[in-house]
Design a protein around this ligand. Sequence first.
Ligand SMILES: [Zn+2]
Ligand SMILES: [Zn+2]
Length: 321
Amino acid sequence: MKVALTVALGDTRIEERPDPACGPGDVVCRVLACATCGSDVHGPYVARKLPAVLGHEPVGEVVAAGADVAAVAVGDRVAIHHHAPCGECRRCRHGHETLCERFRATALDPGGFAELVRLGPELVAELLPLDGLDPVAATVTEPLACALRAQRLCGPRPGDSLLVVGAGTSGLLQIAAAHVRGIEAVWVREPDPERLARAEAWGATAHGNEPVDVAIACTDAPVAIAAAASALAPGGTLCVYAPPAQGANLPVDGWAVFERELRVTASWSAGPQDMRAALLALQRGAVRTDELITRRFALDETAAALAAQHDGSVLKAVVIP
Ligand SMILES: [Zn+2]
Ligand SMILES: [Zn+2]
């Protein structure tokens, strides 16, 4: 099979590899579509993984299922999650399932930017049938699940107000996730007029100085994080959603945290329940996926897809092997 191997940031090559073997508990999928993500081109975040076949938002069609596999059959079209928590350890029990040691130990073999992907038994247990959803639209399952998880953890409840800071792909998906969760007061801060207009079309209102219950920082820009923190009402929660630079201090006033009993937290990745909720929302048409995914590339063009993600000429690109 062909894979797109990223050797270094900005250097992705097509390589021939043996087709993956399907063990008794495994499933092998033909990748139908896999979207690019900002994290695929985020230097410090991705550098520690390289060389690697990237792509963690794949959708596939089952082409082989091991003898022990009952949940799916050859021909099924499925959304695929890249990691699986154990559900039982201390971290899982405390709601930090994406920090579970098994979560980090499981992985796609080799990754989504490949013709075929093998899934071990832990990931097979989490395959989600598309039930007719378009495979390209279904690539949004994982990023929407990440947004839903952040809001599940940070707790905006119906009646609360939410501020989304930064209206790139993550910010737009936070706006969509808020609507899925029944949050009506959704504010947005975004300096770029075009992005702001899109966020407003997605159902957010430009923020002035209204106090909010929850603020989600979808950018690592210190000035934006500071604005998010200072907008919080007493008892409010700041969610750090984009990875700040390693070693960087958060620009949050310690006195304000004390005086207003603010909570500062983060959310990384998504768990199985978030994946299920995200796919359901997509099947109900809750996200304008065609506005997010504006360009399609063949597997041979994965380097160009990642370059488009990197230079910001697309919100998301999709590779169709
Ligand atoms: Zn991602
Ligand atoms: Zn666990």
